[in-house]
Design a binder for this molecule. Structure first.
Ligand code: HSE
Length: 339
């Protein structure tokens, strides 16, 4: 069947996802039998569009890149009406993350599921704050709520735990979950100051709109919450997870670590002990011989400690236009293959 898709939020990820769909249209059809149509987009900056027969994606992509309002297939429906009334199979929720309330993404996901649509999201808000409620709703209606892009972009973390690692008991997950801070620590080791390097990280687009979320560890804490509750079946509340970022790390701390054959990394940890799941985020001095110490720049890495395989480490990009767009595509392919 043809998957009719509605995209909510047409920023970097939404545009990247559409570029992949267009660039790989023939490959996706030939290799996986995926046929798709984008029938609607809702975006705060560019407006809402809908056409049940399919919108002109290349044209609207050009308008968005030129920061112009959408001028074709403009719809009078507001975003919630578009979600509820559109003839779509999948809603991709790709708006900006709010880790305090999860909104407006939580309502978008909830209404999409209630109106019979699968949901794919890279938005950490609904996944970190409301996962249980949303997965219960999805199960009730026989739908998918898929969130691979919420943790380490398209680098397969949640899918790895649920798929290839199925059958292993995972007792610990530990690693670098934020690209901005890893990039900053890498550059500070080369001699740049904290303020200089934060500015460059923002210019390069690694940092969140408000970089406080990155440097204080809140972004990593959101991902720790998702890993704890999704992979380890925990019941963690994001606000109760101890969290310290890198704001206290000085050039002198970095120099001291180097002298001792170590390197600072912002580490997120989820652990299962005596049936209880705990999580934390804090900077740690890692021995240079440890696999995580060699992960530099904006790259992310996670080590799963398992009973049958021992440690399994996945290293890959944790952000980016096509890197996160790929996560959305992968979830769409999973949904498509189930029908
Ligand atoms: N600001 C985040 C990071 C983006 O630096 O990793 C991905 O969540």
């Amino acid at each position: 069947m043809k998957q009719r898709i509605v995209i909510i939020g047409f920023g970097t990820v939404g545009q990247g996802f559409c570029e992949i769909l267009l660039n790989k249209k023939e490959f996706l059809k030939k290799q996986y039998g995926l046929k798709w149509e984008i029938v609607g987009i809702a975006d705060k900056a560019y407006g809402n569009v809908y056409n049940a027969k399919g919108i002109d994606v290349p044209f609207l992509l050009e308008e968005a890149k030129a920061k112009k309002q959408f001028s074709k297939d403009a719809s009078k429906w507001d975003t919630l009406t578009l979600i509820k009334k559109s003839k779509a199979d999948i809603v991709c929720e790709l708006t900006y993350t709010d880790l305090k309330t999860g909104e407006p993404a939580y309502t978008h996901c909830k209404e999409a599921l209630k109106s019979g649509k699968h949901v794919v999201t890279s938005n950490k808000g609904p996944a970190a704050l409301h996962y249980r409620k949303l997965i219960k709703l999805a199960d009730k209606y026989g739908l998918h709520f898929r969130i691979e892009g919420t943790v380490v972009a398209g680098t397969p973390i949640l899918n790895l735990a649920a798929g290839p690692l199925a059958g292993c008991e995972i007792t610990r997950i530990r690693g670098i979950l934020n690209g901005t801070t890893n990039y900053m620590l890498t550059e500070m080791e080369k001699g740049m100051s904290y303020a200089e390097v934060l500015k460059v990280a923002q210019e390069l687009g690694y940092a969140e709109a408000d970089p406080t979320g990155d440097v204080e560890g809140y972004d990593a804490r959101g991902k720790v919450t998702i890993l704890a509750n999704v992979v380890m079946d925990g019941q963690l509340d994001i606000d109760n997870i101890p969290c310290r970022g890198i704001t206290g790390i000085t050039s002198s701390d970095i120099h001291t670590a180097k002298e001792h054959g170590k390197r600072w990394k912002l580490i997120g940890t989820v652990e299962m002990k005596d049936g209880k799941v705990t999580g934390s985020v804090a900077p740690e001095m890692i021995d240079l011989t440890h696999p995580l110490a060699g992960v530099m720049g904006a790259t992310n890495a996670l080590t799963f400690t398992t009973d049958l395989l021992g440690d399994v480490t996945m290293v890959g990009p944790g952000a980016g236009r096509w890197q996160t767009g790929f996560a959305i595509l992968n979830d769409v392919l999973t949904i498509d293959s189930a029908y």
